[in-house]
Design a protein around this ligand. Sequence first.
Ligand code: UDP
Ligand code: MG
Length: 309
Amino acid sequence: MDKISIVIPCFNEENNIPLIYSAINKVFENGISAEYELIFVDDGSKDNTLKVLRDLSATDQKVKYISFSRNFGKEAALYAGIKNATGDFVAVMDADMQDPPELLCDMYKEIKTGEFDCIAARRVDREGEPKIRSFFARAFYKLINKVAEVQLVDGARDFRLMNKKYVDALLELSEYNRFSKGLFDWVGFKTKWIEYKNVERRSGKTKWSFWKLFKYSVNGIVAFSSLPLYICSLLGITMCAVSFLAILFIIFRQLFFGGSVAGWPSLVCIIVLIGGLLMLGIGILGFYLSKIYLEVKNRPIYISREEKL
Ligand code: UDP
Ligand code: MG
């Protein structure tokens, strides 16, 4: 019999864990004939998440958990869970019931056909989400798909069922700056998308503030695109060419028409403009450099404080 590992990252989800636990159990009782294990990853929660997990795993052998020494972020939690999964298939899903567990049934049926290596879910609407947030999310997907070497699907969630080959490929990418949405696409293989309508989180609030999402999207672009660096160089070259022409013009004017002291405001403008562009260039360069710095240090992606596997 096949075994399915279900990886669930949890950050302050004490109320949702019992819900998702029983929902998944129900799905397996009624529709999926496979063994399964649940791997909860407590991402440094401040509430009783760890206690809930300890209690659950004491009563149910199928429940396993890893608890981080601090909050390392969802990407690290996904990596830890996938790394410790022992199933023939590995599913990842959120703890807040936004990823309907019933879909696991369809996903399993699809992946068993052997046609696909990964079955992923995407929501077709963003109902219940603030309008401004949806707007920026859409803009981000348009931008990253233009500039990056990966193609992201709008509305794609980190809810998927993968086979062993796919998972092994994901684990090979052991980079510190993990942008899973990009990594999922980068490894290739055949992915089938299942669509569903958005569901709101059951309990608690989203962990993603606007600022956190902004940083996340910038990280995504930097991780999968060098276009910002090219734009900088291009701007630099253009500015140099323009100023070179301007200098030639001034020399000729001096020689043939005599000098003039007027024009210092335009000079100041140009200096400021060039200064600004330089700062922008250095800033973008620094951003990439800081990412390289983190990679080179080779820090672990996560540190576990307690685990039961
Ligand atoms: N999560 C996590 N670490 C974090 C933030 C979130 O493990 O630092 C988990 C969270 O517990 C949930 C999932 O990632 O299971 C998605 O988080 P959330 O529901 O807040 O995101 P949204 O659905 O609003 O995109
Ligand atoms: Mg959610």
